[in-house]
Design a protein around this ligand. Structure first.
Ligand SMILES: NC(=O)c1ccc[n+]([C@@H]2O[C@H](COP(=O)([O-])OP(=O)(O)OC[C@H]3O[C@@H](n4cnc5c(N)ncnc54)[C@H](OP(=O)(O)O)[C@@H]3O)[C@@H](O)[C@H]2O)c1
Length: 274
């Protein structure tokens, strides 16, 4: 059982990644993202998920620097955006991100979307950065099984992580089981569906039963599925709330009940449209 905010999953290269992180998509660069990270670090989070696309890497870097938390305790993820994909452009984009973050190395560098005709060259650049020691782990986002099959047939290093849209309306059973088989850690983006399922009766009942909020029930369901989760909030109370998920366990029946809410509904884009 995952019992503490400092618990980690071990990626296939031995790197430890926290089960819970703070997502910062749509957190404004400057004071908003700085404050969010400060609250999160106070609450015990050590993992932050940003991307060049979010345009807040400088604020993330500033918050980390000001926090005084030792670098080796932190787990920082960023991503290469679609327009920067390709070998050389990915290397350049990484360097820009690294400088904005004011870090010597990044813990996890991800391909943001499977841009067709580009993602294999992008992946070669990530392999290069990994071998160079500039990133501790590399992975992809929004890869379906067929994208992974295509990449695995042609790469040196198997991605350590696949970050995908994952919530009770999109339970991704097949992909989850495929990734477990290949030792690729699945990570949930938009885990709370931005609040759109907070009044779903099944979840409201479970929240009552466990004396938790719906958000906490969903995040606990992620962890018990073996999925890393990165809820976004810039609100101190909600950042703390989202981290208070380590003192209860959903029963097997309740896990299955949440699974029944799946409708294969996507809130974000379909990865096959890229
Ligand atoms: N790789 C990709 O393609 C991709 C795509 C999308 C997102 N992501 C990553 O995944 C992270 C999470 O996804 P997301 O930000 O799209 O959506 P999310 O985490 O499902 O939802 C965030 C929204 O829910 C609110 N919220 C958070 N905790 C809450 C709580 N306990 N109660 C009520 N409302 C709450 C937040 O508002 P407040 O801030 O006001 O609290 C925010 O509006 C992103 O920040 C990003 O790092 C990756």
């Amino acid at each position: 059982m995952i019992k503490s905010i400092s618990d980690t999953t071990v990626l296939h290269n031995g790197v430890r990644m926290p089960w819970l992180g703070l997502g910062v998509y749509k957190a404004e660069d400057g004071q908003e993202v700085i404050n969010a990270i400060q609250y999160a670090l106070e609450a015990g989070y050590r993992s932050i998920d940003t991307a060049s696309f979010y345009k807040n890497e400088e604020g993330v870097g500033q918050a980390l620097m000001e926090s005084g938390v030792p670098r080796e305790e932190l787990f920082i993820t960023t991503k290469v955006w679609n327009t920067e994909q390709g070998y050389e452009t990915t290397l350049q984009s990484f360097e820009e991100s690294r400088k904005k973050l004011a870090l010597d190395y990044v813990d996890l560098f991800l391909v943001h979307w499977p841009v067709s005709g580009k993602y294999k060259d992008t992946w070669r650049a990530l392999e290069h950065l990994y071998k160079d020691g500039k990133v501790k782990a590399i992975g992809v986002c929004n890869f379906e099984i067929h994208h992974l099959e295509d990449l695995l047939g042609d790469c040196e290093i198997v991605p350590m992580v696949n970050q995908v849209e994952f919530h009770p309306r999109l339970t991704q059973k097949e992909l989850l089981s495929y990734c477990k088989d290949k030792n690729i850690q699945l990570e949930a983006w938009r885990p709370l569906l931005k609040g759109e399922i907070f009044d779903e009766p099944v979840l409201v009942e479970l929240a009552k039963k466990y004396e938790k909020t719906v958000a906490q029930v969903i995040l606990r369901w992620d962890l018990q599925n073996g999925v890393v989760t990165i809820p976004k909030s810039v609100n101190k109370e909600r950042i703390y709330q989202n981290s208070d998920i380590f003192d209860f366990e959903l029963s097997r029946e309740d896990m299955e009940q949440i699974d029944t809410l799946n409708t294969n509904h996507r809130n974000g884009p379909n990865p096959n449209d890229f």
